[in-house]
Design a protein around this ligand. Sequence first.
Ligand SMILES: *Cc1c(COP(=O)(O)O)cnc(C)c1O
Length: 415
Amino acid sequence: MAYSDKVRGVYQAQLKAIRDAGLFKQERFIHSPQAADIEVEFPAGSPLKKVINMCANNYLGLSSHPEVVQAAHDGLDSRGYGMSSVRFICGTQDIHRELERRLTEFLGTEDTLLFPSCMDANAGVFEAVLTKDDVIVSDRLVHASLVDGIRLCSAMHDTIKHSDMGHLEEKLQLHADKRLKLVVTDGVFSMDGDTAKLDEMVRICEKHDAMVLVDDSHATGFIGRTGRGTHEKCGVVGKIDIITTTFGKALGGASGGCVSGRRELVEMCRQRARPYLFSNTIAPVVVEGVLKVMDIVSRSTERRDKLEKNAAYWRKGLTEAGFVLREGDTPIVPVMLFNAKLAQDVSRALYDEGVYAIGFFFPVVPQGQARIRTQISAGHETRHLDRALEAFTKVGKKFDILGRTKQEIIAKYGM
Ligand SMILES: *Cc1c(COP(=O)(O)O)cnc(C)c1O
């Protein structure tokens, strides 16, 4: 037998090492639609518990919005369930092209191409537009899907220290002889909630004749005055050459992603990007759902405004309670605990208090930077946030971390 006891033992030992290091991840089963209030089964087999959700990417509260659900129902009736084809054979409906048009308009770009996910968009885009004569310069903290896409491409790869624009300029000078240069960043960094310095980045890239790619998955729909994204916040709409983003977060949270940007670059993706060419298209129900989301976010800024208010309220509440936060102004609010086990224990205690917020630790964040990442939604009402603050405060007291500095927490619990 190929899967011999010896082979099995190799994996059992690896899994044990992950457990022993306190790094083992367990899924929680949600028995209700995704929303501010959810019913969770955890651990598996336990009775259901009603908890406040503080860790979904449901920034605009649209995951279970009645208008979106209705649009998906209507889409199912009018366009059927599946396409049973990749797009370029017989997998594109008029609604796919319509969604691309709407995204182009919303993002302020020249053209857009849908992908099955943003992971797929990032996996395909680099290889489609660059060759071995080119160079990619990426921020060291970019999302894993960008790292993988860059690996699949033959261009030379270099990195810069996180958000260090002086370092970026040095690297662009160093690679001045390359045919094409592409600078790559997240718009909002998902672990820390900080925003890329796109204004400065664009200025430097213009000077050094480099293109810019921004993955705006944690921004599209709510960052910037009208929610167009990080480029709107930084005043560089129309100057980002490639935006990749997801529909799996603020834009309804189902699935799908896109590459949006300069006409020729998007066309190269249509000709060459492998996840577009060799993977199935987005299902019609999802396309109709995202189209409705585009209606909602285009007709009013009400939801992103509420999200901004909620996030400020939450940040202020946690700060006053005495937690160590990562600074920022996005709906991603990391509560720093530094120690992986502490992050898991705090998460568990919060759950017992009716608040669902997950601990993040290595390898998702660097060693010694474990945290509870809270994420605010326009679906939260003040009563949710007040209840969650109460629970955080109670748990914070229990673990004696309120009003403590980073050094004091590390001294007590270790890194
Ligand atoms: C979530 C995320 C992705 C992946 O999006 P999917 O559509 O779920 O594949 C890609 N990039 C960033 C920055 C993300 O946060």
